[in-house]
Each structure stands twice: as C-alpha cells, then as structure tokens.
Design a protein around this ligand. Structure first.
Ligand code: NDP
Ligand code: HEM
Length: 477
C-alpha cells in the first residue's frame, strides 16, 4: 500500500489536486493552508548561490595513505594505512549556478576530509597559484570576472584592465590562457592546495608544505572551438561526465603528493615561499608520494550534499596548520562568514558538514538549531560541572612573525616574471600557439591601450610571448 501524503505537520492530505474555492469558479479561501504551505515552500527552495564558484559538481570518496610521513606530521588522517572518507566539490569560478561547464576558467577543487580528529578542509584549485597575492584585491578581481553592473554582461575589458594593472596576475593568467585553462572534464584536472600550509610532527616541529593531487586519468583539455560546439549541445558536460563515470564504477583517482620546506630553507628561499603567485620548483623541493584519492560514490541529493556543502580553510586538524600567507589568513575568516549567510548559522550541523567526531562547544541557541543537547549545568566555561575543557596538548609550536605592522607594498619586492617565464619555456610550440590564440579570443573588444599595457607585461616575461600575442592579434611590433 502507498503511504499517505501529509502536511509538514504530519497531518494527512485528502486532496492534492484541487484547492478550496468558494464556488466552482473560485476565489480560493485563505483557510486553504495546504495550498499556502505548498506555495510558501516553493518560494524558499533556493538559497543564495556561492558568491564565487557557484557552479559545481561533487562526489564522495576515500583518501588512502600509503607512505610514512610521520616525521613531518602527527595528523591521524595522514598516517600510513589510514583511510578517510571525503567529499570533493569541483567548480568553475566566475559563472552563476546555471553556467555551462565547458568554459575557460580556473576549476575549484574543494576537499572535506571527515577525519577522526574533526573535519580537515583543503579548499584548492586546479592551478598551483592565484591571480592576486593580497586578499585586499580579491573583491576587485572578482568584480572583473562577474557581470558589468550596467550591461549585465561579462567584460573582457574589465578583466584585462585589472590584469594589466596587476603584474602579479601574470603567472595565473598564463595558466588560464594555456591549454589547461579549459579542461576536458573534472576527472582530467590536478588539484592543488595552492597555499603553503604547515605540518606539525609529534615533537611539535613545524614544516612548510604544499599539497598536490595529480590526476591518474591524465591531463586532458579541449579547445575554445570544441567547447563552443559542446556547450551548444550540453551545458552540463562535466557534471554528466563525473556522475556517469562514478555510476559506471569507473572511479577517478588522484595521486596525493606533497612538497616540504624546512623553516631554515624558507628563510633562505630566493622568493617568498608564502606568496600565492609562486610555486615551489620541483627541482628544489621534490614531490613526495603520500597516497591515493578515489571518488567512488555519487551524492544521493545534490542540494543537501553539494549545494549546502560548506568548505573552509579554517577547518584544520592537529598536525596540519596555516602559514603566514596573507591570502590564506583572509580566507580563514571569509568562508565561515559566507556560509553563515548562505546556508545559515548552524550550517555545520547539516549531515554533509557535520564531523564524525563528537562536537563539544559552548555555543547556544540561534536560528534553526536542531540539536537537542542533554540537560547540563555546564553551559558556560569554566564551570564546576564536568563540562568539556581545553587541552594544552593541542597547542601549536610558536610562530615567528615579522615585527613592524604597516601596509607593505608587495609590488616593490616580488619578481612577477621569472615563474611565468619558466612555465612559458616548458610549453611545446603547439601549447604556445594555443596560448597566443586563447589570449587573442579573450581580448576581443578590449581597447588598444589596455592591450598594449598587457603586451608590455608579456614582453617582460619573454619577448616571444609578446610577439606571439601581437601576431595572433594582427598587431605590428
Ligand atoms: P617542472 O618541469 O618540474 O614542472 C612543471 C609543471 O608544470 C608540471 O607539474 C606540469 O604538470 C606543469 N605544467 C605543464 N604545462 C602546464 C600548463 N600549461 N599549465 C600549468 N601547469 C603546467 O618545473 P618547475 O617545478 O620548476 O616549475 C616550472 C613551472 O611549471 C612553474 O613556474 C609553474 O608555472 C609550473 N608548475 C609548477 C608546479 C610546481 O608545483 N612546481 C605545479 C604546476 C605547474 P604535469 O606534470 O601534470 O604535466
Ligand atoms: C569559494 C572567498 C581565494 C578556492 C569561495 C567562497 C568565498 C570565497 C566567500 C564561497 C564560500 C561559500 O559560500 O561556501 C575567497 C577569498 C579569497 C579566495 C576572500 C582570497 C582572499 C581562493 C583561492 C582558492 C579558492 C586562493 C584556491 C586556492 C575556492 C573554492 C571555492 C571557493 C574551490 C568553492 C568551494 C566549494 O566548492 O564550495 N571563496 N576565496 N579561493 N573558493 Fe575562494
């Protein structure tokens, strides 16, 4: 027998086809609370989309640690033999929730590991660097990626105006405009923690670390032309690819690797190792294989498990911590702030965000607080009633920081050209051609003075970079 439909209050519904009207032709009565409830719920089906990375796809999986890195970290999730359930959400940055997948953009690579010591979130991208190195510029940068307030259209001029006035963006712009800026599928991208984080071992020694997830499906990309044809037929190409492959049990995998830098090495490093526009060259800081990540389970409900998923760089566990990177510092604030607004005060109580460990805070009340706690006299701290207490065993080692507080001009001291040059020089002739042509496409309609200012930056990276772009644009030297 089929179940009886009910209202949200659990009362049986006698008729779900006809509203209550005064006479056959209407009007409806205000007492038809079932009609009102249905319309009111529909009005509340959407929550604000993420201010960035609004379009995305998610899947659950497992991280398996195969090698012993206990000399660097005491984190349980990173100990040899450990298997940890995870959620990975891929995304594009600029488009809204209904944007097409096959767009040239950075891909988000946000991980939530449900560890035995609470949630560890590593909220990264498919690129190891970023467009800006100071969070003060992040809202400005994002405005250039979103819509013009008047035309309500995206603006190539805004993008290149900002980039050409921000030389620190060159490294990420070069990656975005290269073949890798338009991945074939989410399964074909690498993931990078991007920032420098720290690992802390059982002797409370700190090491600086970069996290890498290298796709075992191989990097595969598509061209602008292929993307145009694809989007015409399928706006959800990456969502479809991920969902269908996991349904077919063709589980995608990534090799989990790290780079390590000691504090002494960091002090001697020729560039600022906490600058998000820089990578650590593999030759100097070799990759260390740690384990394998596999995606093996599709979500049951997209809204509950992907749309409401809330990732934050502030979720760390003992043995993994932050670094002085000023972008990372700002992100530690920004994400939970966004999620209290986007999802709600108690977003961390939702099943997809809830850690697998017991949560012992002294937070009280608040909108939609649905956890019924055992009655206790210990609802403040310190108390005499056996409430949860702090544990100094979890204190991190002291962190040495700079001395004078001021607004340091980051453009005076950093080399914005050497690493984009290293990238340009490792590209094949075919990759360079794609780079020049992708830049040409992306510069459509941009005023000549902005184009010239950007080409002057390419010139500083490498003369061949500038001349290649000029040639693609049909501009004389
Ligand atoms: P390596 O030759 O050791 O490494 C080059 C890296 O570049 C490889 O990881 C390769 O990825 C990646 N790569 C190749 N083509 C592209 C592209 N179009 N966009 C982005 N990445 C690409 O050199 P170094 O470590 O000395 O770094 C040289 C340059 O390589 C850097 O300036 C940086 O731009 C880029 N890079 C460096 C990374 C690092 O962590 N050191 C990470 C990613 C890029 P794969 O092996 O998957 O093909
Ligand atoms: C999403 C802020 C830089 C990767 C978001 C969100 C905010 C935000 C507010 C939406 C969060 C939500 O509603 O759940 C910022 C700020 C930055 C910054 C202020 C700079 C200071 C970066 C960098 C990376 C990154 C450097 C990658 C290395 C992501 C990803 C998401 C995201 C992957 C989507 C997470 C998901 O799938 O839910 N960012 N961001 N962001 N950001 Fe950032």
């Amino acid at each position: 027998m089929k179940k009886t439909m009910t209202t949200t209050g659990g009362n049986p519904i006698s008729d779900n086809q006809n509203s209550i009207t005064a006479g056959e032709r209407g009007p409806v009565l205000l007492q038809d609370y079932q009609l009102i409830q249905k319309l009111a719920h529909q009005n509340r089906e959407r929550i604000p989309e993420r201010v960035v990375h609004a379009k995305g796809s998610g899947a659950f999986g497992v991280l398996e640690i195969e090698n012993d890195i206990s000399k660097y970290t005491k984190a349980k999730v990173l100990q040899k033999g450990e298997k940890t359930k995870l959620l990975l959400r891929f995304s594009t940055v600029a488009g809204e929730k209904g944007a097409a997948d096959a767009e040239r953009d950075v891909r988000g690579f946000a991980l939530k590991f449900y560890t035995k010591e609470g949630n560890w979130d590593l909220v990264g991208n498919n690129t190891p660097v970023f467009f800006v190195r100071d969070a003060y510029k992040f809202p400005d940068f994002i405005h250039t990626q979103k819509r013009d307030p008047q035309t309500n259209m995206r603006s190539n001029t805004a993008m290149w105006d900002f980039w050409s006035l921000s030389p620190e963006s060159l490294h990420q712009v070069t990656i975005l405009m290269s073949d890798r800026g338009l991945p074939k599928s989410y399964r074909n991208v690498n993931g990078y923690g991007s920032h420098t984080y720290s690992l802390i071992n059982s002797k409370n020694e700190r090491f600086w670390v970069k996290f890498h997830f290298k796709t075992l499906q191989g990097i595969e990309t598509i061209t602008n032309k292929e993307a145009e044809a694809l989007v015409g037929k399928d706006r959800e190409s990456n969502q479809r690819d991920l969902f269908e492959n996991i349904e077919k049990k063709n589980f995608p995998k990534w090799s989990f690797e790290i780079q390590i830098m000691t504090d002494e090495e960091a002090k001697k490093c020729s560039f600022n190792p906490f600058d998000l526009t820089k990578v650590w060259p593999h030759g100097d800081y070799p990759m260390i294989k740690v384990g394998t990540m596999t995606l093996n389970e599709n979500p049951q409900n997209y809204f509950q498990q992907v749309e409401q998923a809330s990732f934050s760089p502030s979720n760390i566990v003992p043995g993994i911590s932050f670094s002085p990177d000023k972008m990372l510092q700002a992100r530690i604030f920004s994400y939970p702030d966004a999620q209290r607004y986007r999802v709600g005060t108690h977003y961390e109580m939702l099943p997809v965000n809830r850690p697998i460990v017991e949560v012992n805070t002294y937070n009280l009340d608040g909108s939609m607080n649905f956890q019924i706690k055992e009655p206790t006299k210990a609802f403040y701290e310190p108390n005499s009633f056996d409430g949860a207490v702090e544990d100094s065993n979890f204190l991190e080692p002291d962190l040495e920081v700079g001395d004078i507080a001021k607004r340091y001009n980051h453009r005076d001291v950093n080399d914005d050209f050497s690493q984009p040059r290293a990238l340009f020089l490792l590209m094949s002739e075919n990759q360079k051609e794609q780079l020049f042509n992708n830049i040409k496409d992306a510069m459509a309609g941009v005023p000549r003075d902005i184009v010239d200012r950007q080409i002057a930056l390419f010139e500083k990276v490498h003369p061949d970079y500038a001349s290649g772009v000029r040639k693609a644009l049909g501009i004389n030297e």
